[in-house]
Structure formats: structure tokens, C-alpha cells
Design a protein around this ligand. Structure first.
Ligand code: NAD
Length: 266
């Protein structure tokens, strides 16, 4: 994957990035873009991880993996301790792990609500509270929270996801204020539709529900929300994360940056 090439190609050399949920989709794309700029990377997420780790290592940086379940604070603490012991701490924290469940609120399983709030929102509190002391000591840090267009506007049937994503946008702003006079910044990226397993499931469910081909379900999904009628790509999000980590973004603080093909402009 080709990523944006800033003037100094190894602008992040010597930094360590921890990207939650980076065995797949957006997190994987962001991990690759940060590695291409020279950052060492700690990957996290479920499923097969060795291929993703090898892909990052092939870029000439140190690549690690920790399988912490982001719904479990004790496992998050173990992951941050691993990053400290093996990498000397976390300079760039990308809170990306997330899940989705689609149902009307009166039918929403309580356990799914709890899981979405834990993984999509509370995990960022735990990683951030554990990463900030080291960032303060080094007076440099980047916190990039992967929110969503659903952090800015709502859709029906996604109450937990919308609550978590609005929550993480607010959390991002609070941390930006708490660190405003330091070299640490905190920002959110708000993607529209990105064709990852998380969205493919929604397209497949729609095709099955309406008895239509998957391609038609995909076109309908985009047409409802995303005026560009194009999926955002993990690489575009990775390139924005690289920019947020650059010196040019030293005073970008507390923003919720939409990359959504015009979704939230409507
Ligand atoms: P994905 O399903 O491809 O990847 C999710 C990643 O999170 C995987 O690596 C998975 O293993 C990991 N994960 C899930 N539960 C976890 C847990 N409990 N602990 C640790 N890791 C866990 O999804 P994606 O589309 O790449 O989504 C990544 C993020 O981007 C999510 O926060 C999602 O809400 C957000 N987002 C996605 C879209 C989109 O259109 N795909 C749009 C806006 C925001």
C-alpha cells in the first residue's frame, strides 16, 4: 500500500505507535502508514495476526503484537505494560478497535450495548490514562481516536454505536484541553463508510433482508448517506493519521475530522 510521503520520509522514526484493532480494516491500514513513516508498531486485535505483523516488520520497523481484549481493563493494562517493557512506551496511540450491532433500541441486547460501550469508548479511556504519563515525561504524544460520522450525526438502529462514537468525540476534546500546553495532541477521525469486514456484514445483511444482489445493497448503502458514492479507504485514513502525527499538526487539538464523502455536510 502506498502512503502519503511527507518531506522527511521517516518523520516518525524512533516513535512507537500502538494501534488497537489493527489485525483488520482501518486499524491495519493506519498501522501500515505509520510504519512507512518509520514508527515501530504494536498491533492488537483478534484473529490471525502474524501476516499483519510480518507486513509491518517488512517496512523495516519493529513490529509487536498483544492480543488484549479491549472490553477488559486488566488486559488493556497488560498490553500497555507490554508496550512499555518491549518498546519503551507509547508515543502514538490510535484507539481504533470497534464493533457494531444494528437493532431498534427496544430490541437491543443489553450485553451488546455493554460490549459496544466498553470496546468503542471505555477502552480509549483506559489506553489514554495509561499512555499519557509517558507522553508527558517525553513532552510529545499523539492520540488519534477513530470515531465515525456517527460521532457527529446519528442513524436509527445504532443507538449504542452512536452513543459511543459521540462519547469518544467528547472524550477527545477533554483530553485535548488537559494536554493543551504540552507536546501531546488528541484528535478524532470521523470516517464515513469504509469497505471493511464491519461494513461488509451490514451490506450482506441488507442483501439477504431485501433479497437483492450484494452489489446493489452496497450501492444503496452508499446512496443513503455518502454523497460521493465512493467508499473511504483505510489508506486515506492512515494518511490523515500520519499528518496528525507530523509537526504541521502540532496545534491541531481536539478536532473531529470528517473523512466521509460529504455525509455530515448534508
Ligand atoms: P474491522 O471489523 O475490520 O476491524 C475491527 C478490529 O477491531 C479488528 O482488528 C478486530 O479484531 C478488533 N476488535 C474487535 N473487538 C475487539 C476487542 N474486544 N478487543 C480487541 N480488538 C477488537 O472494522 P473497521 O471497519 O476497520 O473498524 C475500525 C474502527 O473504525 C471501529 O472503531 C469502527 O467503529 C470505525 N469506523 C468504521 C467505519 C467503516 O465504515 N468501516 C466507519 C467509521 C468508523
Amino acid at each position: 500500500m502506498d502512503c502519503i510521503n511527507l518531506e522527511v520520509p521517516t518523520v516518525l522514526k524512533g516513535k512507537t505507535a500502538l494501534v488497537t484493532g489493527s489485525t483488520s480494516g482501518i486499524g491495519h491500514g493506519i498501522a501500515l502508514c505509520l510504519a512507512r513513516q518509520g514508527a515501530n508498531v504494536v498491533l492488537n486485535g483478534f484473529g490471525e495476526f502474524e501476516a499483519a505483523r510480518a507486513e509491518v516488520a517488512a517496512l523495516g520497523v519493529k513490529a509487536g503484537y498483544h492480543g488484549a481484549d479491549m472490553s477488559k481493563p486488566a488486559e488493556i493494562e497488560a498490553m500497555m505494560a507490554y508496550a512499555q517493557a518491549e518498546f519503551g512506551g507509547v508515543d502514538i496511540l490510535v484507539n481504533n478497535a470497534g464493533i457494531q450491532h444494528v437493532a431498534a433500541v427496544e430490541e437491543f441486547p443489553a450485553a451488546k450495548w455493554d460490549a459496544i460501550i466498553a470496546i468503542n469508548l471505555s477502552s480509549a479511556f483506559h489506553t489514554t490514562r495509561l499512555a499519557i504519563p509517558g507522553m508527558r515525561a517525553r513532552n510529545w504524544g499523539r492520540i488519534v481516536n477513530i470515531a465515525s460520522a456517527h460521532g457527529l450525526v446519528a442513524s436509527a438502529q445504532k443507538s449504542a454505536y452512536v452513543a459511543a462514537k459521540h462519547g469518544i468525540v467528547g472524550f477527545t476534546k477533554s483530553i485535548a484541553l488537559e494536554t493543551a500546553q504540552t507536546g501531546i495532541t488528541s484528535n478524532a477521525i470521523c470516517p464515513g463508510w469504509v469497505l471493511t469486514p464491519l461494513v461488509q456484514k451490514q451490506i450482506d445483511d441488507r442483501a439477504a433482508r431485501e433479497g437483492i444482489p450484494v452489489e446493489q445493497a452496497s450501492r444503496e448503502l452508499l446512496g443513503e448517506k455518502q454523497p460521493s458514492l465512493q467508499f473511504v479507504t483505510p489508506q486515506q485514513l492512515g494518511d490523515l493519521a500520519v499528518f496528525l502525527c507530523s509537526a504541521a499538526a502540532d496545534n491541531v487539538r481536539g478536532v473531529a475530522w470528517a473523512v466521509d464523502g460529504g455525509w455530515t455536510a448534508q
